[in-house]
Design a protein around this ligand. Structure first.
Ligand code: BES
Ligand code: ZN
Length: 835
């Protein structure tokens, strides 16, 4: 539609050559454009017409040639191997955020919605898929080897959700309870591996239909595994694309964590079919609406499908704490952030949009209650369907449904960066406890000293030892300080804030209050998610220098009786961070002793082989603990790992999928060139991408310099898929002290190739973070900064700043606490003094 008379049309277009363009006003003759002026920087083209196009509707026709690139964006080719070993290429799309313009000239913004009629001319022996179902398929007149496949018209939708795929695939299919045809497309010969995702998808569609009370609007949905794929998965409407490892499950060779990952990713992308596809963000500033929401509800969906995963506890460790770690930095950003250039858009696919977004929605859901929350969701989705919406629109719907001041509360969480630290102390007054709460911004660098005093509206919940699972008091803290009276709380009762670790804040207890909580960790009377949160808060307070790290080490020792996988996983992660820090000292071995001490009791309880009646979480826990012990050099674990590995390689006794990662990492950490060669051989032989990835991620555990080089060279070889290079290099950087230096040098030496491979994109940010985050001296921060000043990576600018900040924080931490930690380790080892 021409809204205003003009002789120019400007549209998005990148790496495309326009051959002819014409505009035909409705019922009138077409006018040919005479000039195509490309503004490459802006990814736009201006079509100039010899006469004025008058107001009214018409048809714009463009003949153009684009490139089937190999950059994993736009319309690109993905390499795969056939069952007989031939190399072939599939043609696939990845348009989010701003790459539809590489496939066809268009107005490539989420708020400019249109219907799409797509036809593909493809070799007749290939599968051709798009968002909609096929409505016609006929021989292509000019070439008998080709067919023309025509797809039904799409609903009104944004360009970034358009997709097409041409290649060789098998599939499994079913019809979901609500009548949608669901197919999972797999590499040829691997249809069986699509069954797990198919089941999850078939359960998930009716779950969302019911949750939102809005049906899935298309007649079909395809989920397809793509060999070369930059993200984890992409929610194209009706044709969701996945990395192979995010979709394929082999009953024998897939481990429990892969199943869980597939379930989460399927749950995430299917949620977008409503939240994102049906109702789309107005602009990328509101990306978090899409991603934060999907990252929250994927857990709700997995909890529905697999209650035995205890997935909500895992949310806290995977998303909530990760978000807080990032958001405590001076170089964080508000959830809602203004973005313009595509590089800025790429930059916000980060833990703030995803994990903080999901965490504040979880807090909000808890504050509103499920029933009103669902009502509000339905209101929002029906009001804005086929349209676009901004953050305020969601608040308005939820406010209507709940009668609570949603916008006022949520603006404090989405418009300003960071989150509060709540300091709490208690005073006994006869039968009551009087609590004093103070909120201040939490900073990774220590007590907040800024001039303005950012405030949050914080839903606070408080419980006592009387009933640790039930809030004794709930209150919205809307000012800096608050005094509360808890009635009938005896002196010997403990008090805890943030029940369920739902509120997006950290808590600092007065020393007395903290001390009274420790027994509740030991005797497990505090629920798992609260034990996890308490430990994690303390760890981050130590990192910020607000309490001493030795205090936290003592608390960690109180987890001797801990049975919960996720609690262990979070603790293990923190010990990993500390271990990396102490790799800069000469008492690195001491922390390995500490790790062995903390993990051996649970290791002994678990043993190597599953016991009858065990489930998903036991399998995860066993893998975690054995891997931790093995890496730390626990003798019995190392010996058993070597024995089992030998049997595995010799084909005598194949390792169960859940034991492979821990065994691989153990034998590599303490291995030599023969070990590495064996692992590389296993990698070559592996048929499943999951197994290849499993091996790629642990190769960096090897510590001899020449072997590290071998792994780094391997990372860029043909053996590793382009998207997986990042995790191989990251594995080296995280694997050892030597690896960290070598990986950083490797990234610098191969910068051009790496940058080119990912064309900016978010993988480059991930690579940078994995490579440099573990350094711990001021000089390295300066070196990293200088390197990226001379080798700019626009989409990773903020990541670079965050990394430099982290390096400085590590340096300060080391200076502050290393000596005390060392003393503590020595004193632990010393025999108790005689009296
Ligand atoms: N919309 C994203 C895919 C995406 C990511 C496109 C980055 C462009 C840039 C998709 O919904 C997504 O979030 N995928 C996640 C997996 C999910 C389970 C967190 C991913 O790719 O990591
Ligand atoms: Zn998403």
């Amino acid at each position: 539609q021409v809204k205003q008379a003009t002789n120019q049309i400007v549209m998005n277009c990148a790496d495309i050559d326009i051959i002819t363009a014409s505009y035909a006003p409705e019922g009138d003759e077409e006018v040919h454009a005479t000039g195509f002026n490309y503004q490459n920087e802006d990814e736009k083209v201006t079509l100039s017409f010899p006469s004025t196009l008058q107001k009214g509707t018409g048809t714009l026709k463009i003949d153009f040639v684009g490139e089937l690139n190999d950059k994993m964006k736009g319309f690109y080719r993905s390499k795969y191997t056939t069952p007989t070993g031939d190399t072939r290429y599939a043609a696939v799309t990845q348009f989010e955020a701003t790459d539809a313009r590489r496939a066809f000239p268009c107005w490539d913004e989420p708020a400019i919605k249109a219907t799409f009629d797509i036809s593909l001319v493809v070799p007749k022996d290939r599968v051709a898929l798009s968002n909609m179902n096929v409505i016609d398929r006929k021989p292509y007149p000019d070439d008998e080897n080709l067919v023309e496949v025509k797809f039904a018209r799409t609903p009104v939708m944004s360009t970034y959700l358009v997709a097409f795929v041409v290649g060789e695939y098998d599939f499994v299919e079913t019809r979901s309870l609500d009548g949608v045809l669901v197919r999972v497309y797999t590499p040829v010969g691997k249809a069986e591996q699509g069954k797990f995702a198919l089941e999850v998808a078939a359960k998930t569609l009716p779950f969302y239909k019911d949750y939102f009370n809005v049906p899935y609007p298309l007649p079909k949905i395809d989920l397809i595994a793509i060999a070369d794929f930059a993200a984890g998965a992409m929610e194209n409407w009706g044709l969701v694309t996945y990395r192979e490892t995010a979709l394929l499950i082999d009953p024998k060779n897939s481990c429990s964590s892969s199943r869980q990952w597939v379930a989460l990713v399927v749950g995430h992308e299917l949620a977008h079919q409503w939240f994102g596809n049906l109702v789309t963000m107005e602009w990328w500033t509101h990306l978090w609406l899409n991603e934060g929401f999907a990252s929250w509800i994927e857990y709700l969906c997995v909890d529905h499908c697999f209650p035995e995963y205890d997935i909500w506890t895992q949310f806290v460790s995977a998303d909530y704490t990760r978000a807080q770690e990032l958001d405590a930095l001076d170089n964080s950003h508000p959830i809602e952030v203004s973005v313009g250039h595509p590089a800025e858009v790429d930059e916000i696919f980060d833990a703030i949009s995803y994990s903080k977004g999901a965490s504040v929605i979880r807090m909000l859901h808890d504050y509103i209650g499920d029933e009103d929350f669902r009502k509000g969701m339905n209101l929002y989705l029906t009001k804005f369907q086929q349209k676009n919406a901004a953050t305020e629109d969601l608040w308005e719907s939820l406010e209507k449904a709940s009668g609570k001041p949603i916008a006022a509360v949520m603006n404090t969480w989405t418009k300003q960066m960071g989150f509060p630290l709540i300091y709490v102390e208690a005073e006994q007054q006869e039968e009551d406890k009087v609590l004093k709460l103070v909120q201040k911004k939490f900073c990774a660098s220590g007590p907040y000293t800024g001039e303005d005093f950012p405030m949050w509206m914080v839903p606070i919940s408080i419980c006592t030892s009387d009933d640790p699972t039930c809030a004794k008091m709930q209150i919205l803290m809307d000012k800096a300080e608050l005094t509360l009276v808890l009635k009938d709380v005896k002196p010997d009762q403990w008090v805890k804030l943030n029940l369920g670790t739902v509120g997006f804040y950290r808590t600092q207890y007065s020393p007395d209050m903290l001390e009274s909580l420790i027994p509740a960790i030991k005797d497990l009377s505090l629920p798992p998610v609260d034990r996890l949160g308490l430990q994690n808060d303390l760890f981050s307070l130590a990192r910020a220098g607000i309490i001493s790290t030795v205090e936290v080490l003592k608390v960690m020792e109180a987890f001797v009786n801990e049975p919960n996988y996720t609690v262990w996983s979070d603790l293990s992660c923190n010990l990993g961070i500390l271990s990396t820090l102490l790799s800069h000292t000469d008492f690195y071995e001491e922390i390995q002793v500490f790790v062995k001490d903390v993990f051996s009791p649970i290791g002994e309880r678990l043993g190597w082989d599953p016991k009858p009646g065990e489930g998903h979480l036991d399998a995860l826990l066993r893998g975690l603990v054995l891997g931790k012990l093995g890496k730390a050099g626990h003798k019995a674990t190392l010996e058993e790992a070597r024995r089992r590995f030998k049997d595995h390689v010799e084909g005598k006794h194949v390792l169960s999928a859940d034991l492979r990662s821990p065994v691989y990492v153990t034998i590599l950490k303490h291995g030599d060139s023969t070990t590495l060669d064996t692992m590389l051989k296993l990698h070559k032989q592996a048929d499943m991408q999951e197994e290849k990835n499993r091996i790629e991620r642990v190769l960096g555990a090897i510590s001899q310099p020449e072997l590290i080089q071998k792994v780094l060279t391997f990372a860029l070889s043909e053996e590793v898929r382009p998207q997986d290079t990042v995790s191989v290099i990251g594995g080296v950087a995280g694997g050892s002290k030597q690896g960290r230096k070598a990986a950083w040098k490797f990234v610098r030496d191969n910068w051009e190739e790496l940058y080119n491979r990912y064309q900016g994109g978010f993988l480059i940010s991930r690579l940078i973070k994995l490579t440099v985050d573990g350094f711990a001296n001021d000089k390295m921060a300066a070196e990293v900064k200088a390197f990226f000043e001379s080798h700019p990576a626009p989409s990773a600018e903020r990541t670079v700043q965050q990394c430099c900040e982290n390096i400085l924080l590590n340096a300060a931490w080391l200076k502050r606490d290393a000596e005390n930690i060392h003393q503590y380790f020595l004193q632990r080892k010393a025999p108790p003094a005689m009296v």
